[in-house]
Design a protein around this ligand. Structure first.
Ligand SMILES: [Zn+2]
Ligand SMILES: [Zn+2]
Length: 96
């Protein structure tokens, strides 16, 4: 178990104060990518793999968003009038 020298600080986790835990406590090796000899950066991956994934996801999300917004603006327009007429039909049915 790791311990930090700040005995007067409030204990945070793993025998370390808040400051030291965030500095040293999360220093474990990556296990979600092939580089298990590297320090984990985030989500169990090394910095390189995590940033690679992050950039991929970001790029994909950007693509998805532009695609979705194109589709959405089309379907929204179509479905809005559809929903409106459906709602009209329904309310007429209920009133009758
Ligand atoms: Zn400390
Ligand atoms: Zn890696």
């Amino acid at each position: 178990m790791l311990k930090c020298p700040h005995k007067n600080q409030k204990h945070y986790a793993k025998g370390m104060c808040n400051h030291c835990y965030h500095k040293y406590g999360r220093m474990s090796n990556a296990d979600a990518c092939p580089h298990t000899d590297r320090l984990v950066y985030a989500k169990g991956k090394c910095q390189n793999c995590y940033l690679n994934d992050y950039n991929k996801v970001k790029r994909r999300m950007k693509k998805d968003i532009t695609l979705n917004s194109k589709i959405q603006s089309k379907t929204e327009f179509a479905s809005k009038s559809l929903v409106d007429s459906l709602e009209e039909n329904l309310s007429q049915q209920y009133q009758a």
